[in-house]
Write a protein that binds this ligand. Structure first.
Ligand SMILES: [Fe+2]
Length: 295
């Protein structure tokens, strides 16, 4: 890990407990935005870009040019502002190549016939182990399936953007019960990240304040995770984790923004095409536990 450290600024979106990042190469001032959040008022169906504008303003302040918009996965808890960042900067949108699998799962559920074939709504699909340049820095892609089949982490020297593959070391781990998710696979992906050198800095995509902690936090280390994470610290076996995670997930409600988030995020942040009246709609697939109660 001989390259100089990336510079990083974090942006916390409290309504969705999400952290977006601006990361850049200090030598060339070339940067990336990771997991940008779109402001979404679910009551009125109104999108806004005030949060994304804060990231762009920070890039201006730092005199950083944005070369990439990077997603760690198709999020289920917020809508992505990736298309807005792309429109403002020209930066291509990248995500893990297994997004195709996620699209295949949700395309029929949301009648998303407008999805382009082969993951073509995204500009770049990253494979495990792939490397690409961020200025003079090298970014390595680490496929970390489990929370979703397409999750990836981005490693830049000793900094790793882990998405939802880990939460803070005093909190735990993300659910693994979304379609295509798998607790055993998640455990193995976490172990892969935790095999990195102990001082490696891990940057979370979410924080919910662990019990006893009164402020948000989003940066941890491999050593801290291995010593303290109650779900995955050294000594917790794969079987123990799978049993715990499966039982816990069975108790969790769907995320508040699950339905809008998934149908927008599998389209790389595009909203569905407008209907004949010129209005775009998001769908709510209806399920019922007692079919005969529906007229
Ligand atoms: Fe997620």
């Amino acid at each position: 890990m001989s390259q100089p450290a990336a510079h990083i600024r974090a942006f916390f979106d409290e309504p969705t407990n999400t952290v977006s990042y601006l990361v850049w190469d200090p030598a060339t001032k070339r940067g990336a935005v990771i997991d940008p959040v779109l402001d979404w008022d679910n009551r009125s169906g109104t999108a806004d870009v005030a949060f994304a504008d804060r990231i762009l303003a920070a890039a201006d302040e730092e005199a950083v040019a944005i070369d990439w918009v990077l997603e760690t996965h198709a999020h289920a808890d917020h809508l992505t502002a990736a298309p807005y960042i792309k429109a403002r900067t020209g930066a291509p949108i990248g995500i893990g190549e297994h997004i195709r699998q996620v699209q295949a799962i949700f395309r029929p559920m949301f009648q998303a016939e407008d999805l382009k074939p082969g993951g073509g709504d995204f500009d770049r699909l990253f494979a495990d182990g792939e490397r690409f340049a961020l200025g003079s820095l090298e970014v390595e892609v680490i496929h970390t399936p489990g929370h979703t089949p397409a999750c990836i982490a981005y490693r830049i020297g000793e900094d790793v953007f882990v998405g939802d593959t880990l939460f803070m070391h005093d909190y735990g781990t993300a659910r693994a019960d979304f379609p295509g998710g798998d607790a055993r696979t998640l455990f193995r992906s976490m172990k892969r990240l935790l095999a990195l050198p102990p001082d490696t800095r891990l940057w979370m995509c979410h924080d919910y304040k662990a019990p006893g902690r009164d402020s948000y936090a989003w940066q941890s280390t491999v050593a801290e995770q291995r010593a303290h994470n109650p779900h995955v610290k050294d000594g917790v076996t794969e079987e123990e984790f799978v049993a715990f995670r499966t039982a816990r997930d069975a108790t969790l409600a769907a995320p508040l923004l699950l339905l809008p988030a998934i149908q927008v995020n599998i389209r790389a942040g595009r909203f569905p095409p407008a209907e004949s009246n010129g209005v775009r709609y998001l769908l709510v697939p209806v399920t019922t536990r007692k079919a005969d109660t529906l007229a």
